[in-house]
Structure formats: C-alpha cells, structure tokens
Design a protein around this ligand. Structure first.
Ligand code: RTP
Ligand code: MG
Length: 147
C-alpha cells in the first residue's frame, strides 16, 4: 500500500486546524497509520528540507518549522502521494485553487499550513526521518474495502 508523510506546520497547529485537516484526509478515504505532535529539532528539519539547502529562504524555512509544534502523520491509500498533493494545492497560496487546503486556509507562501511528500521516494525518506518503525500502526480499516 502506498504511504505518504503529511505534516501540519506550526501555523496550522497554532490556528487549531489539525482536526479539520485530518477530517479531510479521512473523508477522502485514506487511512491514518501514525501521528504525533512534535517540536522538531533543527537538524531534523534541515534533513527534511535538504533539497532546499542552497535556496535563499532555507534559514527562514527551518526557523519556521522549528518555531512550534508540528502534527506529523503517515497516511496510506491508493495513489495517496499525488492525491494528497492535489488536496493540499500549490505551494504559493496566490496560485492555490479554492477548495484546496492552501487555497482555503493560507495567504503567504512561507506560512502555507501543511507539508505533503512530493513522491513515493520522498515519502519513504521523510517517514524514516520522523517516525520509528514501531510508531506505525497496522490495522484493518473496513473503509478500504469499499473505496
Ligand atoms: P512543502 O515541501 O512544505 O510541502 O511545500 P511544497 O512541496 O509545496 O514546496 P517546496 O518547493 O518543497 O518548498 C518548501 C517550502 O519552502 C517555502 N518556500 N518559500 N520564499 C520562497 O520563494 C519559497 N519557496 C518555497 C514554502 O513554505 C514551501 O512550502
Ligand atoms: Mg516540498
């Protein structure tokens, strides 16, 4: 089963959007298999965004991600990586369509509420950076048989 790493960023947690965002992924038909509220350390955040290390916004991005609790999750389902990216919307809320998470809840590119893995390979790397294998819970989800 395909897996992805989704993370409500500190702005989303402060704004008390966690419940509403979890609900969207449940309603779409995905299965939650791990979740935790964590304040990430600098090294862990830098590893997460390593592809942006040379970009001018890298320092600010890591400052922001480590500025307060994030709600980290693993979700499973068919094509969950691409489908949740579609639900999250474009990086810059100026381009994000209404109906997407960023199109509904975000205004600034630097405070865009949620992260989602951009490929199956990124998802596996990001999951390994944030979760230990024993934190992932396997269980039968009756919904999966009828989606
Ligand atoms: P994310 O990784 O957080 O899910 O976002 P994304 O894939 O949509 O966008 P990505 O290109 O991976 O960028 C990571 C985060 O860096 C911030 N950013 N700032 N100032 C800028 O030009 C700029 N570009 C990107 C955004 O907060 C973005 O979510
Ligand atoms: Mg990204």
């Amino acid at each position: 089963m395909e897996r992805t790493f989704l993370m409500v960023k500190p702005d989303g947690v402060r704004r008390q959007l966690v419940g509403r965002l979890v609900q969207r992924f449940e309603e779409r038909g995905f299965q939650l298999t791990a979740a935790k509220l964590v304040v990430f350390g600098r090294e862990q955040a830098e590893r997460h965004y390593a592809e942006h290390r040379e970009k001018p916004f890298f320092g600010e991005l890591v400052d922001f991600i480590t500025s307060g609790p994030c709600f980290a999750m693993i979700w499973e389902g068919d094509n969950v990586v691409q489908l949740t990216r579609n639900m999250i919307g474009k990086t810059d809320p100026l381009d994000a369509a209404p109906g997407t998470i960023r199109g509904d809840y975000a205004v600034h590119k630097g405070f865009n509420v949620i992260h989602g893995s951009d490929s199956v390979e990124s998802a596996e790397r990001e999951i390994a950076n944030f979760f230990r294998p024993e934190e992932v819970v396997a269980y039968d989800c009756p919904l999966q048989v009828c989606i």
